[in-house]
Design a protein around this ligand. Sequence first.
Ligand SMILES: Cc1cc2nc3c(=O)[nH]c(=O)nc-3n(C[C@H](O)[C@H](O)[C@H](O)COP(=O)(O)OP(=O)(O)OC[C@H]3O[C@@H](n4cnc5c(N)ncnc54)[C@H](O)[C@@H]3O)c2cc1C
Length: 317
Amino acid sequence: MTAPATRLTEEHTEYDVLVVGGGPAGLSAALNLGRSLARVLVVDADRPRNAATLRSHGFLTRDGIPPQELRRLAREELAAYPDVEVRSRTRVFALRRQGDGFAADIGRRETEATVSARAVLLASGLRESLPAVPNLRGFYGMSLFSCAACDAWELQGRRLALIGETPDIADRARLIGRWTESLTVFTHGADVVTASEEEELAAAGIAVRRQPILELRGDRGRLEEIGLVDGTAVSVDGGFVRPEWESTLSFLDGIAPSLDDSGHLLTDGSGRTDVPGLYAAGDAAAPGPQQLIVAAGAGARAAAVIVHDSIGVATAH
Ligand SMILES: Cc1cc2nc3c(=O)[nH]c(=O)nc-3n(C[C@H](O)[C@H](O)[C@H](O)COP(=O)(O)OP(=O)(O)OC[C@H]3O[C@@H](n4cnc5c(N)ncnc54)[C@H](O)[C@@H]3O)c2cc1C
């Protein structure tokens, strides 16, 4: 790690730690790395997974904060640490081995610089794909959400929809049924609810509609009705959708850390992947998407591990 007095300049290309992604995982890691006198570069494409939503919930002291405000506050705090540099709207296009460390091609639209780092933290989150339902994007993040723990409180007691084509949809329905007694599951034509699951859901007062959805109807982001291809419609006040996720790791060049079946980076539980010097935190790491405060905690933990590993001491505090 570098001496505390070293100030960063535009010319810097060598870092102790490169953090790929400036969400809560990456920014929290950068804060803790900066406080440990590491020279850190955060490269962030600025496409957070929760960009669709107006308010974030469940982050202690910041319940209800707009997602971009949380990031702005974090970056403001990082500005106090001279050895932490954040490059916004910038992407890592390629990350490869260089000696014992790594080299990364970074830039806005194309590679503008190559930087090197002794360690890399992958905090690049996930890309999500939503069921191909007409108009769905127009409601996502406003009255239709994906994370029950994040947004069900505001929808409690309302008439809710759950739209999903994944085999875990019956389990999700049981979870969301905690917040409402009026829930309808829409499988959009996918054969993902078994007959026995449908019976169990019916016993809990949860209806299942298997027809493909024609369109979602509502006003200025407020979901009001789900129209089905058979011409029927169900009135709702909002709901949830089950996305599928893909990894954002196509920039790895010749580096192949182990992934779980869903493409999340496997770690030892402390952020180490099975590639020496390569760490992971937040939604990009197994078990996959969680919450802002969980991502921030994982980033902080990974930062401590990176610092301890760099000087070869055990990570117990
Ligand atoms: C609609 C919605 C609402 C949500 N609401 C809540 C909520 O209320 N409360 C809550 O706790 N959680 C909420 N979440 C979940 C929360 O957003 C995530 O758990 C959290 O953002 C994960 O943080 P992260 O740092 O791992 O990833 P992210 O926040 O997704 O940040 C990853 C960053 O890495 C960048 N990146 C990716 N690839 C590259 C690359 N090659 N080079 C450079 N940068 C790259 C991305 O552009 C992005 O800025 C919500 C999610 C969604 C989808």
